[in-house]
Design a binder for this molecule. Sequence first.
Ligand code: ZN
Length: 107
Amino acid sequence: MTMSALRSSFIDDPTSPTLTAARFDRELQQAAETRQQQLDGLPRAQTDEVTRAQREALNQVLREIAAARKRLVEGTFGSCTGCAQSIPVERLEVRPWSATCISCARK
Ligand SMILES: [Zn+2]
C-alpha cells in the first residue's frame, strides 16, 4: 500500500473523532487556500463597491476558517458557540467553519 492510499483510507475513517478532526482540518486548510487565492486574484487597483464587498466577504470567511481551526486545536470544534449543542455534521460537511447551529445562526 502506498503512503497516499494509506493516508486517504485513514482520513475517510468516520469512526474516529481524531481522524475526523484531521479531515476537517484539511478541508478548512483547503478552503482557506482557495479563499486566499480568490482574494489575491482580485484587482488591487479596483476600489469599486463590488470588489470591496468581495474582498470583505472573503476576509470574513478567512477569519471564520481561522477561528474554526483554533476550535479544532482546542477540542471545541463541532460545538455551537451560541448554545454549546453539537452542530449537525451535515452542516459541517457543507460549511466546515460553521461556528453555530442553524437555530443560533438564525438569531
Ligand atoms: Zn446553537
